[in-house]
Design a protein around this ligand. Sequence first.
Ligand SMILES: Cc1ncc(COP(=O)(O)O)c(C=O)c1O
Length: 368
Amino acid sequence: MLCRNISFFRHIRCRSTFILTSSPLTPSSSASPLEHGGRLHAIAQQYNRPVADWLDVSTGIAPESYPLPDLPSSAWHRLPEVTPSFLKAASDYYGCDSLLPIAGSQSVIQHLPAIVSRAGRKPSRVWVPHPGYKEHEKAWTDAGIQVYRYRHLPHLTTLTSGDIVVVINPNNPTGKLEERATLATLQEQLHALNGLLLIDEAFMDCTPEHSMLQSLHGENLLVLRSAGKFFGLAGLRAGFLFASRQWRERCSAVLGPWQINGPALHVLESAFNDVSWQSAQRSQLNESALWLGNLLTTHFGVKCSGTPLFCTMPHPRAPDLFAAFCAEGVYPRLTDENDALRFGMVTVSQRPRLAQVVGRVSGVMERP
Ligand SMILES: Cc1ncc(COP(=O)(O)O)c(C=O)c1O
């Protein structure tokens, strides 16, 4: 079914290591801005329903945010300064101190070609997961670098000198989680080829045992983390790059000073130190994901995949389903491939409404 949807590929090898066009994606294929979830005002206008009446499940942001601490006026007044206590809190939370605070992982994703070129590298090819968060593909194609999409991690025999492999772990939207041992082997193989491994761990907070931060080493591994999703603080625009000192310096040089704002520094320091809130949040998200997965599978008869922050339901009539949900005031994310709906978690008090709408929408939709 997935192959059917990718009709523009001239050469496709489904279920094999990679999907390769006979020529790589061209820069023009990604010139326009991408659409993401979270466009609640636009959707509300399109379906003519007041913003306050919507249940927005179009993102993978936790529905319960970390409770905001009181902020000292200096957080607003002074230039933001990354303090030793902030660095300690962040290092303890992530289990790694080779970090650079950034204004959300997106800020690095879009500048990676410039950051890599500061290292004097001109990558020949970049491998990106498909499906996957499309901003990775866009950054490289916009920079004129050849991008190849893969469905399963590229095998050594398909890699060449200087290749960069991007892994979204766990993947958004599929939730596929790569083992650390597999990624360590890939890192070694890329090292031998003078290549780079970039791992986007935006949705890793509920499964830290799978994070590459536990064993970050070497000059050819960069790991991105987002603080917005697990802590429910996407509006803060905060995240981290983990890499060697040289890579962090190159990144700083490209992004410039004061990446992370003063209020974000204060709120995050408190969130990173609040281990009991983190553990309650993890349990709550795990429980919510179980509830949501069961609800969707029971009503639509399909197997869902995902993470504790989102649940993705493949469906041959995903665009029709999307419209049916929106007509009921529930806003999911239609995947870029139009072959699935992705749902973010809801709070316990929002469950009855979502369950009712799922029941109604599935009632008018045939099972696949
Ligand atoms: C896989 C992935 N990586 C990175 C990002 C960017 O997140 P942020 O810039 O909020 O850290 C997103 C946003 O949805 C994402 O899905």
